[in-house]
Design a protein around this ligand. Structure first.
Ligand code: FE2
Length: 211
């Protein structure tokens, strides 16, 4: 079983998956320029670097992207791990957001949030806190682990799947995710992510796989 079919890829050479919306779809919050750079250059670079490294290292031949991430982590192959994880993390991130998303979810997602965090507001506060306090580059995640929702943050390319946690949502807090539109104001970007961008349908789909 994969952690996420949309973020996983079956075969080398790996590709840059298309965005699930047009790059100007977030125009009121993010310019197309952000997507040109973040998807078209940063995400593309991770794909290119990964393929170049794999061309010279046959230890991962025939493995899917998630297996490469887990095996590279286990064998401390930092070059392949960093690029493979960033390819996966970014594809997962593009699906974690959608135009006119965010704010309070409904249905089972809301019930689970209220069970595990007390209220939606408490969840939103804790998620923002994690995203804002991740020192340097990294990610904030909503995961389902040990029968409950949990918020975790990871540094650089690190990803919760190496700890067997099921990711539900990712928020990219690398500066390249927000610098064009928000400059150094990470808290403003995280608030926009929470209030206007979260794809709760994607989060619920991911939760139902493991709950
Ligand atoms: Fe990024």
């Amino acid at each position: 079983m994969t952690y996420n079919d949309k973020a996983n890829q079956i075969n080398y050479p790996f590709i840059l998956p298309a965005l699930p919306y047009s790059k100007d779809a977030f125009a009121s919050h993010f310019t197309a320029e952000t997507f040109d750079y973040h998807h078209g250059k940063h995400h593309q670079d991770y794909v290119t670097n990964l393929n170049n490294l794999l061309e010279k290292d046959q230890n991962f031949a025939g493995q899917d992207l998630e297996s490469i991430i887990l095996n590279a982590a286990a064998s401390n192959n930092n070059g392949i791990f960093n690029n493979a994880a960033q390819v996966w993390n970014h594809t997962f991130f593009w699906h974690s957001i959608k135009p006119n998303g965010g704010s309070k979810p409904s249905g089972e997602m809301l019930m689970q949030i209220e069970k595990d965090f007390g209220s939606y507001d408490e969840f939103a506060f804790a998620f923002k806190e994690a995203a804002v306090t991740q020192f340097g580059s990294g990610w904030a995640w909503l995961v389902y682990y040990e029968d409950r929702l949990q918020i975790v943050k990871t540094a650089n390319a690190e990803t919760p799947i190496t700890k067997k946690m099921q990711p539900l949502l990712a928020c990219d807090v690398w500066e390249h995710a927000y610098y064009i539109d928000y400059r150094n104001k990470r808290p403003d970007y995280v608030s926009i992510y929470i209030d206007h961008m979260i794809n709760w349908d994607f989060a619920e789909e991911n939760m139902q796989k493991v709950r």
